[in-house]
Design a protein around this ligand. Structure first.
Ligand SMILES: [Zn+2]
Ligand SMILES: [Zn+2]
Length: 124
């Protein structure tokens, strides 16, 4: 059994992802989790995020030229919007990829990754 303190820290980190439904950077996770565990250290946040990725409850969101964000795994197909002003990443529902893309003979698409960039309502 891990000490109780660690359990509380882990619960606070998990709660950040239940509260905010968008991909979170380690520092955003830390800001949210510190509301219930004020002395939470960044090393603990990174360790917990890595553990949760290994356990399969989180997955890293890689954006071009960005430090990784994390989101819950098992979400339905969606895309990400990166606000270039506040650096927050948002989930965009739906998919606008046209199915009439011309694939060369023998190619089969299995997945795609589209990141939108711009300004969120807070930064408009
Ligand atoms: Zn913004
Ligand atoms: Zn899509």
């Amino acid at each position: 059994m891990p000490p109780k303190r660690n359990t509380r820290q882990r619960a606070a980190i998990e709660m950040a992802f239940d509260k905010v439904h968008r991909p979170l950077s380690p520092s955003e996770v830390s800001d949210l989790a510190r509301k219930s565990v004020p002395n939470l250290g960044m090393a603990t946040v990174y360790r917990a995020l890595n553990e949760m990725v290994e356990e399969g409850s989180l997955r890293p969101v890689d954006l071009p030229g960005q430090s990784p964000r994390y989101e819950k795994s098992g979400l339905h197909h969606h895309h990400h919007f990166h606000c270039t002003v506040c650096d927050r990443v948002y989930d965009m529902d739906g998919c606008f990829l046209k199915s009439d893309i011309q694939l060369p003979e023998g190619f089969k698409v299995e997945d795609h990754d589209i990141t939108l960039t711009g300004r969120c309502p807070d930064c408009k």
